[in-house]
Design a protein around this ligand. Structure first.
Ligand SMILES: Cc1cc2nc3c(=O)[nH]c(=O)nc-3n(C[C@H](O)[C@H](O)[C@H](O)COP(=O)(O)OP(=O)(O)OC[C@H]3O[C@@H](n4cnc5c(N)ncnc54)[C@H](O)[C@@H]3O)c2cc1C
Length: 515
């Protein structure tokens, strides 16, 4: 993971535990949010209404209920009713291979048992998946022979899959202590033609299905949700222009298409066939190709290198000056930073977290030098910073004219004590953090003698970068004007008040914010 994340490990957790964790958090926020045994059956749209969508639901007792809303998100799985009712085509192919997946407590003499996942070569069963997961369970996966599958798989039993698993792992032994779950399935590789059609938005398996070979189904659905949630909330709240929802569609559809292409290779290689596009020699080792594909796509697989092209939300600075080497459309790197006077570092990703509401403007103010024992910005850069601060406080600033969706974090290279305003010369924009080791400056490719402005979207993707200068912050304003709605009176006072004191609220268990 090459320093792209704060964590030092990679762990496979079964989907049911991820679902339980997500369910727990949603229930904490609203205990009625998740309801079962309610079936969505139909919807209609009336654009003249404030809440144009009326969804029809069938309750447990068969009664129909109607819910009115602004948008309808179809996250209802591969056989999505929402997708079908919206006449959104779902083109693709079905692979002829049938795969088995099982979770069990097992005993085996395989040399690698509880380490990272491995692939075991088997002539009859393709590349056998062996992934130690949580609570002493192991996930085992392999290709099921056509004759055992029969016409529709109805003759396959738990005994069949355990017996085939034992054969697949020969000459190593395999003993089942407890079989928790198993499934046999055919692979369909499909992507919906549109992820957004008017008031309807598709996410998860409703929008894309593929094999479990790259273990990306749920992961990709979670990326859909992370990409969509803040955009949809922002449009519904009146903060963003509606085009932002089209960006969801284009970003996530391109990502799903990339995954399908990857999945075609992985599914074919796991089933023992090298895809033609590799032009492999007749005696080529299929497993070498499989590992090559996994290695090349590892960053995408763990989610850290999921990236998006240039669009309304990911824009390159129009000037010639390259102030940061961070790539727009890619995840903003994490880094260890110190709050003023702190002994322990905080994660940059933690400092910019905002419950998905705010874009973070990282103000890389450059390096401080010691003057009379105090860390101080050199005069020229301090003047630039003061100019920025003045612009942000002024009536023309986007932070005052546009909807309240911004937060600033000032990142200074060097070490400092309690007086950020003294180090910078003016009260800092937003929270202030010191980069003791140059970690953030290195990862964002910012010169310590120049500084830079880097915008991170609420989902952590870098959206824009500009020089630390008045032109730079004005360019940031133009970038936001492309998709943020003007501030309305009902949205209340702006975050930035001219000449007012800047405070920080940092109470354990609550979101940190600047006032
Ligand atoms: C064997 C196997 C192994 C897998 N392994 C992995 C893995 O290792 N990693 C990974 O990331 N993914 C994996 N996946 C894929 C993953 O399970 C799916 O991609 C994921 O569950 C999709 O989530 P979803 O919420 O979009 O759809 P679903 O999980 O299908 O959920 C849709 C929900 O909508 C409900 N629903 C459907 N229609 C209606 C309706 N009309 N009204 C009301 N409710 C409705 C359903 O009851 C269901 O609860 C695997 C899948 C399989 C089959």
């Amino acid at each position: 993971m090459n320093g792209k994340t704060f964590f030092e490990f990679c762990m496979s957790i079964r989907q049911r535990h991820v679902e339980d964790a997500v369910h727990g958090v949603i229930t904490e926020l609203d205990e009625n949010a998740v309801r079962s045994s309610i079936k969505f059956v139909d919807y209609k749209v009336d654009e003249t209404s404030d809440h144009p969508v009326t969804a029809t639901l069938q309750l447990k007792d068969g009664q129909l209920a109607h819910v009115r809303c602004k948008y309808l998100v179809g996250a209802d799985g591969g056989r999505s009713t929402v997708r079908a009712l919206s006449s959104i085509p779902f083109p693709g192919v079905s692979s002829p291979h049938k795969w088995v997946r099982l979770d069990a407590i097992v005993k085996s003499d395989l040399p690698v048992q509880r380490g990272p996942g491995v692939g075991v070569e088997s002539d009859a069963h393709g590349n056998v998946l062996w992934v130690p997961t949580d609570n002493g369970r192991t996930r085992i996966g392999f290709v099921l022979k056509d004759e055992l599958y029969g016409v529709d798989g109805s003759s396959v039993t738990a005994e069949t899959v355990m017996e085939e698993a034992r054969k697949a792992l020969l000459p190593n032994s395999l003993e089942f202590v407890q079989l928790d779950w198993w499934t046999v399935y055919a692979i369909g590789q499909r992507v919906a033609e549109q992820f957004r059609k008017g008031r309807v938005i598709l996410a998860g398996d409703a929008a894309h299905t593929h094999s479990s070979g790259a273990a990306q189904g749920m992961n990709t659905g979670i990326h859909d949700a992370t990409n969509l949630a803040w955009k949809l909330a922002g449009v519904v709240k009146g903060w963003y222009k509606e085009e932002v929802l089209d960006v969801y569609g284009s970003e996530r559809r391109a990502s799903a298409q990339y995954l399908i292409e990857l999945d075609k290779d992985v599914a074919s290689l796991i089933s023992g066939k090298i895809p033609e596009r590799f032009n492999a020699p007749p005696d080529a080792d299929v497993n070498e190709y499989l590992y090559g594909v996994f290695e090349a796509s590892a960053g995408f697989g763990v989610g850290l290198e999921v990236s998006y092209p240039e669009n309304l939300l990911n824009k390159t600075y129009p000037g010639d000056e390259l102030s940061s080497t961070v790539q727009v459309g890619h995840r903003g790197p994490d880094a260890a930073l110190f709050r003023p006077g702190a002994r322990f570092p905080r994660r940059l990703q933690e400092l910019v977290a905002s419950s998905g509401r705010r874009f973070s403007i990282l103000v890389f103010a450059g390096e401080v030098h010691s003057v009379d024992g105090f860390p101080t910005l050199p005069e020229a850069r301090a003047a630039k910073y003061a100019e920025l601060r003045q612009y942000v406080d002024s009536a023309e600033s986007f932070a005052r004219t546009l909807a309240d969706v911004f937060q600033f974090v000032t990142v200074v290279r060097g070490e400092g004590v309690m007086q950020p305003a003294e180090a910078i010369g003016v009260p800092p924009l937003g929270k202030m953090a010191y980069d003791h080791t140059g970690d953030a400056y290195d990862k964002y490719g910012v010169r310590t003698g120049e500084g830079a402005l880097v915008v991170l979207r609420p989902d952590g993707i870098a959206g824009f970068a500009a020089p630390l200068a008045l032109d730079g912050i004005r360019a940031v304003g133009l970038y936001f004007e492309g998709f943020v709605e003007p501030r309305t009176i009902s949205q209340g006072a702006p975050l930035w008040k001219v000449g007012s004191a800047v405070g920080e609220v940092s109470v354990e268990g609550q979101e940190e914010h600047t006032v």
